[in-house]
Design a protein around this ligand. Structure first.
Ligand code: ADP
Length: 496
């Protein structure tokens, strides 16, 4: 029997108004149909927006610590259901179980962090410039928030947005990626069980250009928080700009790891492998460029190629698998297209660069771990986001050139440097143009209580996670209480 899943609007599980559905299949085995999901359109978004608007008036008045308790409970339910959700996520989007367990754990961490923040949603108190006057700033919810998320972290990214949004007193509509609707359904089951009141959270599945665009353009939706490609992010920002709608964007990366000549090379190789091939290279923080000092380049390259060729590729549901498939056929075509571009540009293909022909892989979107050498910083494979298991090695002569090459792309999300030299480590912290820098660690591995985001074309100045996400989901209000009993004029009465 085919499983048919629903939207969650105003506390009810319902089909798209049109009755249309779309299929969701396992990227490791296309014969495996996970289920049918509502192919929603503007009218479904409208129903969700009305439900969210209705719920806002009571939700915003519930004290933040109480809202935090509900979020905390959701964290406990996620903990209980961790293994089941991780398995569903691997089946739906391919990354290995170790990583999907980590994805759920990130949701749990975010729930507990946001839950605690209910008692710490600080504003400021400050002296007033006039006598018998009190001044403070407080945070207020923004209103109905639209959350648009990608498929590569199907639970973690929705939780990054949804828990802080709720904690701040907003109500939300989540439009998850078309490739990972099942994880979103499981997440909403958790929210329902945790006792989130009717209409506070709403889930609408569907295509980005239809359901996603309707969410962006709905007048009742006051904020859009988006994670995805730079192309789509730009479009969303333009629409929000026209309507003066608040928009927070997390977009692409072209992250690099630097390996200097004094580095612990074994550690650097280990880090590069995890950074480049973890999640099959499909993280916005994935390592896609390895910038290596010429004195150690050959040793690093040899070790990397030997290790990459031993990576066990297969279904992520098999515990022995180290790398799963790509998300869909178009992603694999894109990766393979970039391999051809790299070869045409004159880069040297050291390993990979092809699909698997054998029976074991034939039903999924698998691709070999791929490494290019002899890559010039200006080549397209060193500039454009490939979002797959492709690592480009760039040789440099010194630290200064390494930093220049690292900074020489339009993106600025994550970065890494391996060195034992404290001075160069600190210089890189200062001079690298990125939102995240790791010293002696790979480009992936963000923790939920630090700001997450990037500079240049990666973002538009906001930071998720950490305490900074609470600036995205609140409006500041300054409050003055004058108890002098007379009209006092700021900047005028105290001028002399
Ligand atoms: P990815 O490359 O990770 O699939 P996308 O930017 O294409 O990134 O998609 C990220 C999210 O944005 C998905 O939920 C997708 O449905 C949604 N999306 C895509 N196009 C639009 C659009 N024009 N308006 C709003 N949302 C969109």
């Amino acid at each position: 029997m085919r499983s048919i899943y629903k939207n969650y609007i105003g506390g009810r599980w319902i089909a798209a108004a049109s009755g249309e559905t779309f299929e969701n299949r396992n990227p490791a085995d296309q014969r495996d149909l996970i289920g049918l999901f509502p192919d929603s359109a503007a009218e479904d978004i409208d129903a969700a927006a009305r439900a969210a608007r209705r719920a806002l008036s009571s939700w915003r008045l519930i004290p933040a610590p109480k809202r935090g308790e509900i979020i905390f409970k959701a964290g406990e339910i996620l903990k209980r259901r961790k293994e089941e959700i991780a398995r569903a996520m691997t089946r739906e989007m391919g990354k290995i179980l170790k990583e999907t367990r980590g994805d759920v754990q990130e949701g749990i961490d975010t729930a507990f962090y946001a839950g605690g923040e209910g008692r710490r949603l600080f504003g400021e108190t400050t002296p007033a410039e006039l006598p018998d006057k009190f001044a403070m700033s407080v945070r207020a919810p923004v209103g109905v928030c639209g959350l648009i998320t990608p498929w590569n972290f199907p639970l973690a990214i929705p939780t990054w947005k949804l828990f802080p949004a709720l904690l701040c007193g907003n109500t939300v509509i989540l439009k998850p990626a078309e490739d990972t609707p099942h994880t979103a359904v499981l997440f909403f089951e958790v929210l329902e069980e945790a006792g989130v009141p009717t209409g506070v959270v709403n889930l609408v599945h569907g295509a980005g250009e239809i359901a996603g665009a309707a969410l962006v353009n709905h007048p009742e939706v006051k904020l859009i928080s988006f994670t995805g490609s730079s192309e789509v992010g730009r479009e969303i920002a333009a629409s929000c700009g026209k309507n003066l709608k608040r928009v927070a964007l997390e977009m692409g990366g072209k992250n690099a790891q630097i390996v200097l000549e004094d580095a612990d090379l074994d550690l650097a190789v280990e880090g590069a492998l995890w950074g480049a091939f973890g999640t099959t290279g499909q993280r916005c923080t994935a390592t896609s460029r390895l910038i290596v000092h010429r004195d150690v380049k050959q040793r690093v390259t040899d070790a990397l190629v030997a290790r990459a060729e031993k990576i066990v590729v297969g279904s992520g549901l098999d515990e022995s698998t180290e790398m799963g498939p790509l998300i869909h056929e178009a992603a694999r075509e894109k990766v393979h297209g970039y391999v051809k571009i790299g070869k045409d540009e004159g880069a040297r293909l050291l390993t990979g660069g092809s699909l698997y022909e054998e029976e074991k892989w034939i039903n999924g979107w698998f691709y070999r771990p791929t490494i290019f050498d002899g890559v010039a910083p200006s080549m397209r494979i060193a500039q454009e986001e490939i979002f797959g298991p492709v690592l480009s090695i760039i040789e440099v002569k010194n630290f200064e050139e390494a930093i220049e090459v690292l900074n020489g792309t339009r993106y600025g999300l994550s970065s890494s440097i391996y060195t034992r030299d404290v001075a160069r480590a600190f210089r890189s912290m200062r001079d690298i143009e990125a939102g995240i820098t790791y010293i002696n660690g790979p480009t992936i591995g963000a923790e939920v209580h630090l700001p997450f985001g990037g500079v240049k074309d990666t973002g538009n100045g906001h930071r998720e996670a950490g305490t900074t996400v609470y600036d995205i989901f609140t409006e500041w209000k300054s409050v003055y209480v004058d108890y002098s009993g007379k009209l006092q004029k700021a900047q005028i009465d105290n001028a002399e």
